[in-house]
Design a binder for this molecule. Structure first.
Ligand code: NAD
Ligand code: ZN
Length: 235
């Protein structure tokens, strides 16, 4: 049985029209994400942070999965074992058809109440009320995503590390691989013997340890990955 693990970042959604943080044409020129996507920024000005999220949610609502997402869904269908670990919060992997997905950084459609702790999906966008209020207790809601300086969910992170250790093939797509601890996953996979493939138009710290580097955008790059998996007999 071949265990295939894919690890994606913002770059896989770029061709769906969702800008990355660090690449060219990054999100919100006026503000750095580090100044908005933090607990401190939220406590200082929940309305500003929610306006930013409301805009991102509207943009994501219009976006469709691209070729890169669709090939990952096809790989899940054809593989003996496949898991997708994503740093993205846009939910496009689910929309493309992937089911075994670990969302390291949460999901932009989910909210969490700061008073009663309830988590639920809130798809309304544009939001009628900003900041939105909890449907159970009226408390202040926040996006259920992991912000800069926050811990990742330890259960999800553990599973991601375990999957990476066990991977036979590890595919990294569209991540700058500078956000830790997620950026360790490809390194751990490689150290445990995985065949490491990177798809990214630009060089990253992963490039030098990868077995195959595909300097392409996710759409074309994933087509090549699919062929490689076929040639190797992994799918
Ligand atoms: P990043 O912005 O740090 O890096 C994006 C990477 O994608 C770069 O290495 C860039 O070269 C590459 N890239 C650009 N266009 C590409 C394309 N068409 N195909 C393939 N690769 C392409 O993103 P990151 O590493 O994911 O880290 C940023 C954090 O911000 C993430 O943790 C994520 O939670 C969040 N984020 C999420 C989204 C989303 O959900 N779509 C969008 C922006 C940021
Ligand atoms: Zn509540």
């Amino acid at each position: 049985m071949t265990r295939i693990v894919a690890f994606t970042g913002a770059g896989i959604s770029a061709e769906s029209g969702i800008p990355t943080f660090r690449g060219k044409g990054g999100l919100w020129e006026k503000f750095k994400p580090e100044e908005l996507a933090t607990p401190e920024a939220f406590m200082r000005n929940p309305e500003l942070v929610w306006r930013w999220y409301d805009e991102r949610r509207q943009m994501i609502k219009k976006a469709k999965p691209n070729e890169g997402h669709l090939i990952l869904a096809k790989i899940e269908e054809e593989a003996d074992y496949f898991v997708l670990i994503t740093q993205n919060v846009d939910g496009l992997h689910f929309e493309a058809g992937n089911r075994n997905v670990l969302e390291l950084h949460g999901n932009i459609w989910r909210v969490r109440c700061l008073s009663c702790g309830q988590r639920y999906y809130l798809y309304e966008t544009p939001l009628k009320e900003i900041p939105p209020r909890c449907q159970f207790c009226g408390g202040l809601l926040r996006p259920d995503v992991v912000w800069f300086g926050e811990m990742l969910d330890p259960d999800i992170l553990d599973r991601a590390f375990r999957e990476s250790e066990l991977a036979d093939v590890f595919i990294v797509v569209g991540t700058s691989a500078v956000v830790y601890p997620a950026a360790y996953l490809p390194v751990v996979a490689k150290e445990h013997g995985a065949f490491l493939i990177e798809v990214n138009p630009e060089e990253t710290p992963i490039s030098e340890i990868a077995d195959v580097v595909i300097r392409e955008k996710a759409g074309t790059g994933m087509k090549r990955v699919y062929e490689i998996l076929r040639e190797r007999g992994d799918i």
